[in-house]
Ligand binder design. Structure first.
Ligand SMILES: O=C(O)CCC(=O)C(=O)O
Length: 261
């Protein structure tokens, strides 16, 4: 079975949720027109890292994002791994992913578990503590957010349920893009899974972002690299490849969790 994934890398407009929602709608329609099964967006696409303005800008209870994705998924008959958005809930702010199926139903939700101090997330956001494991386009899948990529123990904890596809929405600055690529390849190889990682392009007041959204196969080979432009790059994930990779080297069956402290 093959699934076609749209890596929707774009220039998130700082502190401008309305403009970003408009762009999300355009990109979703564009991806569906060429037959994508799933469209994936970057991290914090509603506000960017306007963390000190979240009180005015964050999506109250995720309502606006849920409604937008419900409409876009149904109109375009496509699954959405919704990057992440700043959400305000019960007096806290979260960096939250919503995943919807083509019927617009929320099939996954994730609050970023590892907050990134270098970009002050720990000062403004509350951390999540739940896995996001879901089925989308017929594939068992899991999602993480950006800095979570540096925590192989967390990715493994979730991936060991058998995920075929690991999604990583991000806002990963250009200065550390060489690490991004290596870490994504490592997560794909060690978990014998496809990795789909979507970064943004453009600038915010503190960082430059140069994209390089990537789709990587379970052997760590890059299937698609979005380069540095704003726009969609497509990748076809051949899920049948998983059996040929996992069969001869059964790393999940060979784990010795009793030794891992
Ligand atoms: O780990 C990194 O180098 C980047 C992480 C990051 O930018 C984030 O989590 O928002």
């Amino acid at each position: 079975m093959k699934i076609k994934v749209a890596l929707a890398q774009f220039n998130v407009q700082f502190a401008d949720p309305a403009a970003n929602r408009h762009r999300i709608a355009e990109l979703t329609a564009q991806a569906a027109m060429v037959g994508a099964d799933v469209v994936v967006f970057p991290e914090m696409w509603n506000t960017g890292y306007a963390l000190d303005q979240l009180d005015q800008l964050a999506d109250e209870d995720g309502k606006a994002t849920t409604e937008l994705f419900y409409r876009l998924a149904r109109e375009n008959q496509v699954g959405i791994v919704g990057g992440s958005v700043a959400v305000k809930e019960n007096g806290h702010f979260y960096n939250r992913t919503l995943v919807v199926d083509p019927l617009g139903q929320v099939v996954g939700q994730y609050d970023k578990v590892h907050l990134f101090r270098l970009m002050n997330e720990h000062r403004y956001l509350a951390a999540g503590d739940q896995e996001n494991y879901f089925r989308l386009a017929g594939a068992s899948s899991a999602s993480f957010i950006c800095y979570d990529l540096r925590f192989p123990e967390w990715v493994r904890t979730v991936a060991r349920h058998g995920a075929a596809v690991l999604y990583f929405p991000a806002e990963w600055p250009d200065v550390r893009i060489p690490q991004w690529e290596m870490l994504l390849k490592a997560r794909a190889i060690e978990n014998q899974a496809f990795v789909v990682a979507v970064n943004r392009v453009g600038d915010d007041p503190d960082n430059h972002f140069n994209g390089h959204s990537l789709a990587i196969d379970p052997l760590g080979r890059v299937i698609a690299d979005a380069g540095e432009e704003d726009g969609i790059t497509y990748a076809e994930l051949d899920l049948d490849q998983l059996a040929t990779v996992r069969g001869p080297i059964p790393v999940f069956a060979d784990r010795r969790p009793e030794l891992y402290k």
